[in-house]
Design a protein around this ligand. Structure first.
Ligand code: ADP
Length: 266
């Protein structure tokens, strides 16, 4: 029987070269849920996505995706698994010389033998889901930032992935587009019967959207829970992050000599 969790990360440790980045990470991502990995920049969030995508290998511990240990898969196995993953990275990076339609069709043409008439129907369906069927002829340069992000989203789900990974999906968006993308992440997860991971430091938008949060600090999970549990979490690091306080365990001031001493120098 398939495990209840699409992803299990067991005691994973990873570093780039000698630089340790993740320490003893434990995560369970249940099927059908939208789970967030939060934390300030450099805490190791994207590295976790790379481990799940099989781009990197854990130095210790196990990454299990859909019952398979990533470490035990050969290249073909990894590619097969990746085809079932949709990835949306920060700026969506559309192909600038392809129309909206062709951007979304790209993976379908690349990875399937479907006839063009069926590809057309699928592309329109995905574009319709993100509200942009009417924009299929436009070129990326004609799109607003929010629209480009939605096209990238349609493209990421073109192959009906079982897992969708979003890396900072809200960065650089105006408040309205932010809300639109947030709703789409949830809606697509339901419509596709998928599981989603959202890596982000956009706290308020994310807490309103996800089922569960892992909070990462310097490569360690220091808190986890539902959005409500995170809002009530007393851990100072989490409070500072959730409530956007300027000062706390993460200091506003870069370490410096006592202010008076600096002033006396002049
Ligand atoms: P986040 O996504 O939370 O911002 P990352 O996972 O991107 O964090 O990075 C975690 C740490 O690993 C950072 O200190 C970053 O500088 C370092 N790092 C990321 N990618 C590489 C790489 N390819 N080579 C060396 N160090 C890296």
């Amino acid at each position: 029987m398939a495990s209840e969790n699409l992803i299990e990360i067991r005691k994973v440790t990873f570093g780039y070269g000698r630089k340790p980045v993740l320490k003893d990470i434990e995560m369970k991502i249940p099927r059908g849920k939208v789970v967030s990995i939060m934390g300030i920049s450099g805490s190791g969030k994207t590295t976790i996505l790379r481990l799940v995508g099989g781009v990197l290998r854990a130095q210790r511990g196990e990454v299990i995706v859909d019952g398979k240990n990533i470490d035990e898969l050969d290249r073909d196995g990894i590619y097969r698994l990746r085809r079932r993953m949709g990835m949306l990275f920060q700026f969506g990076a559309l192909f600038t010389d392809l129309s909206v339609f062709d951007n979304v069709a790209f993976q379908l043409r690349e990875h399937t033998d479907l006839p063009e008439t069926m590809i057309r129907d699928l592309v329109y369906m995905k574009l319709h889901a993100v509200g942009l069927r009417g924009a299929h002829r436009l070129m990326p340069s004609e799109l607003s930032g929010g629209m480009a992000r939605r096209v990238a989203l349609a493209r990421a789900v073109a192959l009906d992935p079982a897992l969708i990974m979003y890396d900072e999906p809200f960065t650089g968006l105006d408040p309205i587009s932010l809300g639109v993308i947030g709703n789409l992440i949830r809606k697509l997860n339901e419509a596709l019967g998928a599981t989603s991971i959202v890596v982000t430091h956009d706290v308020q938008e994310t807490l309103g959207l996800v089922d569960y949060v892992y909070y990462l600090s310097e490569g360690v999970i220091v808190a986890e829970g539902t959005p409500d549990e995170m809002r009530e979490n007393a851990e100072p690091l989490v409070r500072q992050f959730v409530y956007g306080e300027a000062d706390g365990p993460v200091a506003f001031q870069y370490p410096a000599v006592e202010y008076g001493k600096d002033l006396r120098l002049h």
